[in-house]
Design a protein around this ligand. Structure first.
Ligand code: PGA
Length: 259
């Protein structure tokens, strides 16, 4: 099945950067550069505190909005947390779940990520489920087992008809923010393995509709080759998403491949 049944998605993960005013400025630039094409999905994921300001800026453009995390429960006594409904109310379409920084610094487990993912789907948010191995896991040969556990764990209980609302992001931990990128061949190998896993868990048709993004030091220079791989359907961009021109160039690379 051709990869072109899937629309490329380029998502910017701003992490804990930019206040609301700065976020609105960046979003304005991004929307100006890539907000009018429709060939490629574009989304920005600011901090919670910038969501409202950015939502106003991107309204009516082809740039959508995502959050970087959420709580699994619908509401209640969870001081400091934010619910799926609160994110939808601010016009979020996506939510990043299980990012390796959350797994590492906040000890999020696959079971917790799964609970959030099911809540997100119920709340009409599209989860971007992040998976990826550490350098140690890659070097010890455990990579595919780790990915399998994270994918299966994250997707437990997701029905076939809901699967196409899930985006998976393969982000090798050793490539995040380090300037080290997986080669296109290394990334493609894991993306193909993830799609095969999905075929086993669901079926070929369902697996073919899931977008699998690559993340980890993606930038304008390496994006064209990464995005050209058969099973790479977009990017989750950290550092380079904080510069409108670099982010727009990555979107441009996807537009060129999709045209
Ligand atoms: P990076 O981050 O592009 O800065 O490596 C990617 C991510 O963590 O999502």
């Amino acid at each position: 099945m051709s990869k072109y049944i899937r629309k490329y998605l380029i998502a910017g993960n701003w992490k804990m950067n930019l206040n609301a005013a700065e976020g609105a400025d960046l979003a304005k630039e991004v929307a100006g550069l890539v907000g009018h094409q429709t060939l490629v999905g574009v989304t920005v994921c600011p901090a919670f505190t910038s969501l409202e300001a950015v939502a106003k800026v991107v309204e009516g453009t082809n740039v959508s909005l995502g959050a970087q995390n959420m709580h699994a429960k619908a509401s209640g006594a969870y001081t400091g947390e934010v619910s799926a409904e609160m994110l939808r109310h601010l016009f979020c379409s996506f939510v990043i779940l299980g990012h390796s920084e959350r797994r590492e610094y906040f000890k999020e487990t696959d079971a917790e990520v799964n609970e959030k993912l099911l809540t997100a789907l119920d709340g009409n948010l599209k989860p971007i489920l992040c998976v990826g191995e550490t350098l140690e896991q890659r070097e010890s040969g455990a990579m595919l087992e780790v990915i399998k556990q994270q994918v299966e764990g994250g997707l437990a209980g997701v029905s076939k008809d809901k699967l196409e609302n899930v985006v998976i992001a393969y982000e090798p931990v050793w490539a995040i923010g380090t300037g080290k990128t997986a080669t296109p061949e290394m990334a493609q190998e894991v993306h193909a393995a993830i799609r095969k896993l999905l075929t086993g868990l669901y079926d070929e048709g369902a697996a073919a509709r899931v977008r699998i993004l690559y993340g980890g030091s993606m930038k304008p220079e390496n994006a064209p080759e990464l995005l050209a791989q058969t099973d790479i359907d977009g990017g989750l961009i950290g550092g380079a998403s904080l510069k409108a021109s670099a982010f727009a160039d990555i979107v441009g690379a996807a537009v060129k491949l999709a045209s």
